[in-house]
Structure formats: C-alpha cells, structure tokens
Design a protein. Structure first.
Length: 452
C-alpha cells in the first residue's frame, strides 16, 4: 500500500507540474483521456440543458402509447467521431431533423463551461454534419507551431500563425491575393510581417518592399528582396515599374493563349499559373509597411505624387492577381481620412488581419464591411498580449490568431540563408538593394561588455 501511495503521489505531482509548465504535455498524457470520458458521461445531459435536443418522433410516441411504456426521451445529436488532437478534442456530430448549426454556434460558451474546456468553436462540414473543435488550454499564450505536413504544401500557401482552436492559420496568396494588416504601435504587426517574410523566403517568389520609415523594418532583410524603397519618391518609381512589369506579363499570357477550336479549355492560359513552367514569370509579393506614409501630403506637389502612388496601388490590386502580383499592406489606420482612392483600395484587399487597435473606428476599417463580431473581438484584444490578432475574409468568417515570436535577428538569418533564391527581375533591377557580403557566423546580437 505504501508503494502504491508513493507512486500515486508522484503521478499526481507530475500531472500538476505538467499542467502548470507544459499544458500540451499534460493534455497528451492525462487530459485527453479524462476529457473524453467526461464528455461521454455528460453528453446527453449537457445537450438537453443547452437546448440542443429534439423531441421524439411521432411514431416513437405512438409505439410507446400502444405498448404502455413511458414517453421516450428527447434525442441528442449522434456522435460520429471523437478525435483527440495536441490542443484539444474534435467532436463530429450528426444533427437530428429540425436542428440548425446556428444553435450550436450560439451555445459554444455554454458547452465550454459544461465540458470543462478552454474554448469551443463550431463549423458545419456539410448538410447535417457539424464539427465542434474544443481546446483544452490557451494555445495562444505560448505559440508553438506544429510540424508541417506534406499534404498541406501548396504554391504560395504558407503557415504564419496559430488559431485559437489549435489549427494553423495559412496565408494563401492564390486564394486570397491581397491582404490588409492593421495594428497600433507595439501590437505585434511587425512580428507578423517578419513571420510572413520568413515563410516566403524559401519559395520561388520575388519580394518587393516599401518601407517609408527609412527602411528600419525591411532593409535588414534586404538580401532576400528583389526591390526595396525607403522613401515616397522611390516608392512611386518602384510602383510605376511594377505596373509596367504587370503589363509585360499580360502581353506574355496573351501571346501564349493560342485560342482555337483544337486547344482544350484546360490549356488556355488566363494567368501565370496556366503557363508552362519554363515560361512562367516569377510571382511577386509586394509588402508595404505603414501605408499612411504613402497617402499623407503637405503641399500640391506631394498631393500629385500621393495620387499617383494610390492609383498604382489600386491598379495592382485590381489587375495584379492574374499577373502573379500580390499585395500585403500594413498600417495603423486605413480610413477615408487618408484621401481619395483609399476606400477603393481597401475594397480590393480581401484578407483582413487586425491586431490591437486604439479605437473601434480602426477595427471598423478592417471588419466593418465583413463581420460585426470580428470588430468586437478586435477591440477586446488586451495590450498584455502583443501578437494576438483577428483574421477574417470576405465570407464573414473570422478567428483569433497569434504569430510565433520572430525576432529581427531570426528573420535576418533566415533571409540570408535563402539569399540565393532571390530572383533578378529586369524591370526592378534599378531598385535592387545593394548590401555587403554577409558574415560567416550568424549569431544572435549581444550587448558588448563594458570595459574599465
């Protein structure tokens, strides 16, 4: 008995320490089994208490009356599968006739309390089949990206953050060509941008940066960039060159279409991805840091330059997708006070990501035309959690995400490691950054010790 008590004490102590220091390990070792058992035991009563059951069918009531039996109980959705994950449980349900997926979305908070989970989200997989994703702990407190799967690999699709339900948040440029990222100072916007650059660095893609803060954010990563601009004059020339490059790409696509009766539909080129690999131009991702610097002006000359810049950005947003030009625009605010053409540009930016903002108006700039719930979630982000953001798209769906912390040194090392993949674009050769040869030892920066 003494040995059993000692072993039991050690197991309990180990579980407590793991739950405190390593919640993911605790969940995989102890929590998943306990939570699955608790869910199965409480399932019927919880569904009934949350109003997620349906009354028995009439034929069952008739049979009960004919047989003199008690009235059958209400029926809960049928459990198709319970799947443990590294962050929680995935419960797949078959809805009963008359049930609606919206009822489960409205009851997620009650289900979270009833099953003792940290968070619950629901989504409809197909007609009559619902999936509940339950997280066991706060996965956004310390982001640990799962290992990449071969099945998730796709051109221009990179993992950039972790969602609050434990799934990976991807930035898919082919599905969502252009994106807008908003966030106040010290909200984690720069870390998100570094994570995006680190994900793009190993791919066959040209990176073009516009950083009007004298290049303090993007120029340390210059070895992986095909073109960079650090002031508004250079940014205008660079955008003009991109518009000319886009026209050249369209002429190439037109020349390769060869539309005739004998050509199958699948071989008719409509964008760069329909071209043969040996003729396909390299895709271009344009990263704009602090777009307000491009839109502000103080005199008539600056206003003319500003109008040309915004016009070029609108053209790239409207026409750039088929030419393989994708925009990722960042800023603290993106409202109509920045002048004419801004709202037209914002309407073309399908992907929306909002970090902590200073007021509700800034959140409305990102999600006001998409989802009121996303606006509320964006203004509730705490200043104590930099990097937490709300990501949404034009469908109205949204989720809380957080990118893993990427220091500037980590981003520089990764860009230097893939500097040989930087393509040379003749149209942008004048804007290729000139950098010194990288040092052989890539070590973290450390403060130099004081000398006597």
């Amino acid at each position: 008995m003494t040995t059993f008590m000692v072993v039991l004490t050690l197991v309990v102590a180990c579980a407590v320490i793991l739950r405190w220091r390593r919640p993911a390990w605790y969940w995989l070792c102890f929590g998943a089994a306990l939570a699955s058992l608790r869910l199965l035991v409480r399932y019927a009563s919880v569904m009934e208490a949350c109003g997620l059951t349906v009354p028995p069918a009439r034929w069952r009531l008739a049979l009960a009356r004919m047989a003199g039996r008690s009235v059958p109980e209400s029926r809960s959705p049928r459990i198709l599968r319970i799947r443990p994950t590294r962050t929680g449980l995935v419960l797949r349900l078959k809805l009963r006739p008359g049930q609606d997926a919206f009822d489960f979305s409205a009851a997620t908070d009650r289900l979270r309390h009833s099953f003792g989970m940290y968070g619950v989200s629901s989504r409809e997989l197909r007609s009559g089949v619902l999936e509940l994703r339950m997280t066991a702990y706060d996965v956004l407190r310390q982001v640990r990206m799962p290992a990449a799967k071969a099945s998730d690999a796709a051109p221009m699709r990179i993992p950039v953050a972790l969602r609050e339900d434990g799934a990976v948040h991807y930035r898919d440029f082919r599905a969502v060509p252009h994106g807008l990222t908003l966030g106040a100072t010290e909200s984690g916007k720069s870390v998100y941008l570094r994570s995006l650059v680190c994900g793009l660095a190993p791919l066959d893609v040209a990176l073009v940066g516009i950083d009007c803060k004298q290049g303090v954010e993007l120029f340390p990563l210059a070895r992986r960039f095909s073109a960079l601009a650090d002031d508004r004059e250079t940014a205008l020339d660079l955008l003009d060159a991109l518009v000319s490059h886009m026209a050249d790409v369209y002429r190439l696509i037109r020349a390769q279409q060869r539309i005739s009766v004998a050509v199958p539909d699948a071989e008719i080129a409509a964008d760069i991805w329909d071209l043969p690999a040996d003729l396909r131009p390299v895709p271009v991702v344009v990263l704009v840091d602090e777009v307000a610097e491009l839109a502000l002006f103080a005199n008539k000359d600056e206003e003319k330059r500003r109008d040309r810049i915004i016009t070029d950005l609108v053209r790239l947003a409207q026409l750039g997708r088929a030419a393989g030009i994708y925009l990722e625009i960042c800023g603290q605010r993106f409202g109509s006070e920045l002048g004419k053409g801004i709202t037209m540009l914002r309407a073309q930016l399908t992907g929306r990501t909002a970090h902590r903002v200073n007021d509700e108006t800034s959140a409305n700039m990102a999600f006001g035309d998409i989802s009121p719930d996303a606006v509320l979630a964006a203004i509730q982000i705490s200043p104590d959690t930099p990097g937490v953001a709300v990501a949404g798209d034009s469908t109205g769906g949204w989720a809380r995400i957080r990118a893993p912390h990427t220091s500037l040194r980590d981003a520089v090392n990764r860009c230097n490691a893939y500097a040989d993949r930087t393509p040379d674009l003749p149209a942008l050769a004048a804007f290729r950054p000139v950098v010194a040869a990288p040092s052989k030892a890539l070590v973290p920066l450390k403060a130099r010790p004081a000398t006597a």
